[in-house]
Design a protein around this ligand. Structure first.
Ligand SMILES: NC(=O)c1ccc[n+]([C@@H]2O[C@H](COP(=O)([O-])OP(=O)(O)OC[C@H]3O[C@@H](n4cnc5c(N)ncnc54)[C@H](OP(=O)(O)O)[C@@H]3O)[C@@H](O)[C@H]2O)c1
Length: 399
C-alpha cells in the first residue's frame, strides 16, 4: 500500500468551530474508509495572543511540533502550511482570507464566505491571480448523505423538480443568552443575524438540489423575493428571514424554492426529529426529505408515487464507543466516538490540492458568489446593512 499524502494545515483563529474542525481533522481517516490521505496541524494562530494558540493546540491534540503564533500575519508566513482554515466570524473572512491569499496560501473559509458578493468576487479573483485553492467551508455538501440526495435528483427518480422548501432555524433565546448584544449571532459589527449564519444552510439545500445538480453551463441565478425581520435590541441583524427563489429553467420548468431561517424557533423543537423533515424536494414523481439539522443531517426519506418509501440513516464515522473521544460544537457535543462530519470537506480540500484543482465542483467560486448575491438582495429588500468597515472590499482594513 502506498504512503498516504499528508496535508499540512494552519488554523487561523481558535474559537468554537476551529476546535471542532481541528479535532475532526486529526481523526484517523481510516475510520471513514480513507487511506490515501492524512491531515495534520502544523500551526495555529490567535489574535488574542500566543498563549491562547498554545492552549488551543493542546486542547485539540495537535502534534507537539505544531507552532503557536500570536498573530494571523505570522501564521500566513509559515512556509510549512499547505492550506489555512479561516474560522473567524464572517465579518472578518474577507480581510483574513485576503491576508492568506496575498501571502500565497491556499484557504478554506468558514461560512458565510464573506459579508457580501463584492467581497466574494474579489477573493475569487485574487485566488485566480495567485493560482491558489479557495473554498467556502460548507461542510454539509461533502456528506455521503448529500451525494446521495444529489444523485437521486440527477438520476431522474423524482422526475422534474417543482418545489424545494428548506428551514434552518435554531432557538437561541437571544435576549437571555446574548443580552449584551456582543455575541456574533446578533452583533452587527460581526455581521450577525440568522441569514448569514443559519440561512446559508437553508440556501445550501436549495442550491445543491436545484443548481449544483445541473451542468455548469445550464445554471442560472434565481430571482429573489424576501422578507426580513430585524432583531431590535441590536438594530442591524436579522432574527427571521424568509426567501422565495425562482430558478429559471427552459420549457416552463422553473423551480420554486423557499428558504426560511430564524434564531427564535427551532427546525426540531424537541431535538428528536418529531417536527418532521427540514427540507423537502418535490418532483412530479415523488419527493426526498432531509431531516434536521440541515447543517448536519443524518436521516433521509425517499417517497415515490410508485409506492417506494425508503428511510436511510447516515451515521457519522469516528473512533467509536469506548474511545473516550468527543467532538461537537456548543450544545451539540456528539455521542462518544462519533465524528462531527467536517473531515469530509477537509478530504475534498486534500484531493483538490493533490490533483492541482483550485476549486471544488461541489461549491465553485461562481456558486458561492451567486449565493452571496441572493443574501445581498435579501438584505437590500429588508433594509439591512452592516457597518461600512465590514462591507468594504478595501484591503487591508483593521477590524
Ligand atoms: N461549519 C459550522 O458548522 C460552523 C459552526 C459554527 C460557526 N461557523 C462559522 O465559523 C465562524 C466562527 O464561528 P465560531 O462559532 O467559531 O465563533 P467564535 O467561537 O466566536 O470564535 C471566533 C474566533 O475568531 C477570532 N476572532 C478574531 N477577531 C474576532 C472578533 N472581533 N470577535 C470575535 N472573534 C474574533 C477569535 O479567535 P482568536 O482569539 O484565536 O483570534 C475567536 O475565538 C463563523 O463564520 C461561523 O459562521 C461554522
Amino acid at each position: 500500500m502506498s504512503t498516504p499524502k499528508v496535508i499540512r494545515w494552519g488554523i487561523l483563529a481558535t474559537g468554537g468551530i476551529a476546535q471542532t474542525f481541528s479535532k475532526d481533522l486529526l481523526l484517523d481517516p481510516k475510520t471513514r474508509g480513507v487511506t490515501s490521505i492524512q491531515h495534520t496541524i502544523v500551526a495555529a494562530a490567535s489574535s488574542s495572543g500566543k498563549e491562547r494558540a498554545v492552549q488551543f493546540l493542546k486542547e485539540v491534540g495537535a502534534p507537539s511540533t505544531a507552532r503557536a503564533y500570536g498573530s494571523y500575519e505570522e501564521l500566513v508566513k509559515d512556509p510549512e502550511i499547505d492550506v489555512v482554515y479561516v474560522s473567524t466570524p464572517h465579518s472578518h473572512h474577507y480581510q483574513n482570507t485576503m491576508l492568506c491569499l496575498e501571502a500565497g496560501k491556499n484557504a478554506l473559509v468558514e461560512k458565510a464566505f464573506t459579508v457580501n458578493a463584492a467581497q466574494a468576487k474579489k477573493l475569487a479573483e485574487k485566488a485566480k491571480e495567485k493560482n491558489l485553492f479557495l473554498m467556502e467551508a460548507v461542510w454539509t455538501r461533502y456528506f455521503p448523505l448529500s451525494y446521495y440526495v444529489r444523485d437521486i435528483i440527477t438520476s431522474g427518480k423524482l422526475g422534474n423538480i417543482q418545489l424545494v422548501s428548506s428551514d434552518n432555524s435554531i432557538s437561541l433565546d437571544p435576549e437571555e443568552t446574548m443580552a449584551d448584544g456582543k455575541h456574533r449571532m446578533v452583533n452587527p459589527d460581526l455581521a450577525g443575524g440568522a441569514l448569514l449564519d443559519c440561512g446559508i444552510y437553508a440556501l445550501t439545500w436549495l442550491f445543491q438540489t436545484v443548481y449544483t445538480t445541473l451542468p455548469p453551463a445550464e445554471r442560472k441565478a434565481p430571482s429573489v423575493t424576501s422578507a426580513l425581520k430585524i432583531y431590535e435590541p441590536t438594530g442591524a441583524a436579522d432574527e427571521l428571514s424568509s426567501m422565495l427563489l425562482v430558478f429559471p429553467r427552459p420549457g416552463n420548468k422553473d423551480v420554486h424554492a423557499i428558504a426560511t431561517t430564524s434564531i427564535r424557533y427551532s427546525s426540531d423543537p424537541l431535538g428528536d426529529l418529531s417536527g418532521g423533515p427540514a427540507c423537502r424536494v418535490h418532483g412530479d414523481k415523488g419527493e426526498i426529505q432531509i431531516f434536521p439539522p440541515l447543517y448536519r443531517p443524518t436521516k433521509t426519506r425517499l417517497i415515490l408515487r410508485d409506492g417506494t418509501v425508503e428511510d436511510k440513516e447516515w451515521p457519522q464515522p469516528g473512533p467509536g464507543k469506548g474511545s473516550g473521544w468527543f467532538n461537537g460544537f456548543g450544545d451539540g457535543i456528539q455521542p462518544e466516538g462519533e465524528g462531527q462530519g467536517m473531515f469530509w470537506e477537509a478530504d475534498e480540500v486534500a484531493y483538490a490540492l493533490i490533483e492541482g484543482r483550485k476549486e471544488s465542483p461541489l461549491l465553485s467560486w461562481e456558486e458561492s458568489v451567486v449565493i452571496m448575491e441572493v443574501m445581498d438582495e435579501v438584505r437590500k429588500q429588508g433594509g439591512l446593512r452592516f457597518p461600512e468597515k465590514i462591507e468594504t472590499t478595501d484591503f487591508p482594513v483593521a477590524l
